[in-house]
Design a protein around this ligand. Structure first.
Ligand code: 3PY
Ligand code: MG
Length: 253
């Protein structure tokens, strides 16, 4: 059994994650076996539907890696279904202001903390029907919001003041586009905003997560105060590993 993700996010010790967009039980298992703390099943950019999510979430849990789902949009019904399927937490893209952050938290928590639709016979409740589960689910389901646009950065203080929010996740790729330096994720304009939001999150004892496509980038953000680093997308890691293997095999010939 995995310890609740919310508690791990709150204690501030460094966690590693990887995004997954290959719809495969084996790939999710391998990410767990590789020792990552979180796998982020990406419904924003990956071909996931709610129907296959359950199996992938089970694969993650079986291999000891927290399954977090990046929902495609900030929609209450979608957030509820993802959590019912057993996700340890949700990541909501493109949050620009406090009302959006409040909506995400409300969708993820049962009354009185929120407005999540209640059904205690789902996988997340071990199909048990027990009403004790509602309070436990409220205590355990993590909510992270992505700050990855100009407005989000401007409103970071108000967003992060949202009660029940577990942290901010910085998206440098979208942020670089928003700031007029598309794709330049290490541009000073991008870094300056990221540092500002990281400091804000850490100052409130919230998780401060950053996307970094490489290990070097991840290490550098950890040393600058990030508590979670999402190191790229598994498609690219697979491509690089196979390219290197192929090149090494040919070089030996
Ligand atoms: C971004 O950098 O914009 C992301 O969403 C990372 O996945
Ligand atoms: Mg993004």
């Amino acid at each position: 059994m995995l310890p609740p993700l919310r508690a791990r996010l709150r204690d501030g010790s460094p966690l590693t994650a990887v995004f997954s967009i290959i719809r495969s039980v084996e790939v999710i298992e391998i990410i767990g076996l590789a020792g990552f703390d979180l796998v982020i099943l990406d419904m924003e950019h990956g071909p996931y539907g709610i129907d296959e999510l359950g199996t992938l979430i089970l694969a993650a849990r079986a291999r000891g890696v927290h399954p977090v789902v990046r929902v495609a949009r900030n929609e209450a019904a979608l957030i509820g279904s993802v959590l019912d399927a057993g996700a340890a937490g949700i990541l909501v893209p493109q949050v620009a202001g406090p009302a959006e952050a409040r909506a995400a938290v409300a969708a993820a928590r049962f009354a009185p903390e929120g407005t999540r639709g209640a059904n205690p016979w789902v996988r997340a409740a071990d199909f048990d029907g027990s009403s004790d589960w509602f309070a436990r689910a409220n205590a355990e389901a993590a909510v992270l919001v992505m700050i990855e646009g100009r407005e989000g950065v401007e409103n970071a203080g108000a967003i992060l003041a949202t009660p029940g929010l577990d942290g901010a996740f910085l998206g440098p790729v979208d942020l670089s586009h928003a700031l007029g330096v598309p794709g330049e994720i290490d541009h000073p304009l991008v870094h300056e905003r990221m540092r500002r939001v990281l400091a804000e999150a850490r100052g409130r004892s919230l998780a401060a997560a950053v996307f970094a496509p490489t290990a070097e980038g991840a290490r550098s953000w950890l040393s600058r105060g990030a508590s979670v680093v999402a190191v790229g997308v598994e498609t690219n890691h697979l491509l690089r590993a196979l390219r290197d293997l192929n090149a090494a095999a040919r070089a030996a010939a």
